[in-house]
Ligand binder design. Structure first.
Ligand SMILES: Cc1cc2nc3c(=O)[nH]c(=O)nc-3n(C[C@H](O)[C@H](O)[C@H](O)COP(=O)(O)OP(=O)(O)OC[C@H]3O[C@@H](n4cnc5c(N)ncnc54)[C@H](O)[C@@H]3O)c2cc1C
Length: 466
């Protein structure tokens, strides 16, 4: 079933709609089902919703509660694409498959857009427009990227020159930008609960505090064990992201867990509108800072990352410093709330989507861009299981690659730190060059002998121009 067939009646009364998390019981009795989804995040719930809409008998087993990790703690920005840059995607799979994969990612964003409609999941505050800003002066690279996006990949995107960017964002840290007018943002922390309600209403059964502790995927009926119940299922979908743990250690070892931290400031008043005049999400092209205005005069800002779990509270100062480094005019910023979630990053930068062996499916590794890609994966897997749609095979070139265990995490952190340092250095250099260019132009202007106005230019002399 497609998203056109959803309507407000799928959502129970307003009291149970988006943002007001319903609690689900723990599974304490044995079950025989068609589909068992492991993980109640964006990926697992989209699979469950799409499968339940076709009438399949589906259960979702969530070890904590719906939206416990990244899926309940993100910034809600939806764009087409993947963590892997488009040019690398083409180099990896060729133009035709890259086009198909890109189109699927765009359809994933469209799926979220359809569900974020006020009459489907209300109260998500949908707005359009995302700005991807460059930390360095990279105008030429931007032009070729734009051409590829709009001419070859049918994606609406426009290039913004430096002046326009700085008109929208009063900081010298950003140069050119790509504006995606059709990309959008929603309240990402509420969306997941709306999705769970839709899945429940469609007939999926969701059990919280029900960790899957082992899976025996051999045989036609797979066996799944939880602390208080056992299940048998024809299909098992592994949507546990980096948290899957012992249930399938081989799979979790193919992801580098990255904890990403974000904060919401206290109201900043009118001074915020003086420095940030762009109303959508701003993402820097190096993937370091990501922010947007919420509630009129607060900033929601994501930036620091670790490859180990730390208390979000410890990142409060780091986020405040990032905000003030970018917008020193704000002078002081009070952080009202800090939160975090773990994203799973793959070695190749593409999500893990597909069938590992008959009846055993995987949907994980969505990284920092999980809203559109998990929506895409959920639909592909539901259709793969129930309708024999095999478009998930487009992801076959991106195999499960061991992420290196503890050493891989340490290396991931070292690489991440080095990339941030490199990006910071490139930004410093770009700003230094810009200042040097301006100084040289000023010196040249001062050194130039005063021009004597030609008789025919006397009119402009009166108006104060040369
Ligand atoms: C601060 C931050 C900001 C972000 N901003 C954006 C953004 O603006 N746009 C965007 O597109 N993406 C964003 N992301 C990324 C996005 O949130 C993730 O990619 C996405 O939520 C991943 O969803 P998931 O379902 O794969 O994983 P998860 O959300 O991790 O869900 C997996 C679930 O599976 C459960 N589970 C695991 N193992 C088991 C088991 N054995 N038994 C039972 N249950 C299990 C876990 O408890 C968990 O609830 C952001 C992430 C963070 C942290």
């Amino acid at each position: 079933m497609t998203s056109e067939s959803i309507n407000a009646a799928d959502i129970p009364g307003n009291a149970e709609s988006a943002g007001q998390a319903r609690r689900h019981e723990q599974l304490t009795f044995d079950l025989d089902v068609e589909i068992c989804v492991v993980g109640g995040g964006l990926a697992g719930l989209t699979v469950a919703l799409e499968a339940a809409r076709t009438g399949a008998n589906v259960v979702v087993l969530e070890s904590r509660h719906v939206g416990w990790s990244a899926s309940g703690h993100h910034l809600g920005t939806a764009m087409p694409g993947y963590a892997l840059p488009l040019s690398d995607l083409i180099a990896r799979v060729g133009f035709d498959d890259a086009y198909e994969l890109w189109s699927l990612s765009r359809a994933g964003a469209d799926y979220v857009r359809a569900h974020a409609a006020e009459d489907v999941i209300p109260g998500l505050g949908f707005t359009e427009g995302v700005l991807e800003v460059s930390n360095v002066d990279a105008g030429e690279r931007l032009i070729s990227h734009l051409q590829m996006l709009s001419e070859d990949f049918a994606t609406e995107a426009e290039g913004w020159q430096i002046d326009r960017v700085r008109n929208a964002l009063s900081t010298d840290r950003y140069f050119h930008a790509v504006h995606y007018p059709r990309a959008f943002q929603i309240d990402g922390r509420k969306y997941i609960h709306g999705l769970a309600e839709l899945a429940r209403k469609a007939g999926a059964r969701i059990f919280e505090h029900t960790p899957v502790i082992s899976i025996d995927p051999s045989g036609i009926r797979k066996r799944i064990a939880t602390p208080r119940a056992r299940l048998r299922a024809s299909h098992v979908v592994l949507a546990g992201n980096v948290h899957l743990g012992e249930a399938l250690r081989r799979l979790s070892d193919t992801l580098v867990p990255v904890w990403r931290y974000a904060a919401v400031t206290a109201p900043l008043g009118a001074r915020l509108a003086e420095v940030v005049r762009f109303q959508g999400s701003v993402i820097d092209a190096d993937g370091i800072d990501h922010f947007r205005i919420i509630d009129g005069d607060r900033l929601m800002w994501a930036s620091p990352e670790t490859t180990w779990e730390a208390r979000p509270e410890r990142q409060r100062g780091a986020i405040r410093r990032r905000i003030l480094t970018t917008f020193p005019q704000l002078e002081t910023v009070e952080i009202a709330e800090v939160f975090c979630g773990a994203v799973g990053e793959t070695v190749h930068g593409m999500p893990q989507v597909g069938q590992l062996q008959p009846g055993l499916w995987v949907a994980s590794g969505f990284g920092r861009q999980g809203l559109n890609t998990s929506a895409m994966a959920g639909q592909l897997i539901a259709r793969g299981m129930l309708e024999g749609d095999d478009r998930w095979r487009l992801f076959a070139p991106f195999e499960l690659v061991w992420a290196g265990g503890t050493t891989g995490r340490a290396a991931g952190y070292a690489i991440g730190t080095a990339m941030r340092a490199r990006s910071a250095a490139a930004g410093v250099l770009a700003r230094y060059r810009e200042r040097a260019r301006l100084n040289a132009a000023n010196r040249k202007a001062k050194a130039r002998p005063p021009r004597v106005a030609a008789p025919h230019m006397s009119a402009s002399k009166d108006s104060g121009e040369i």
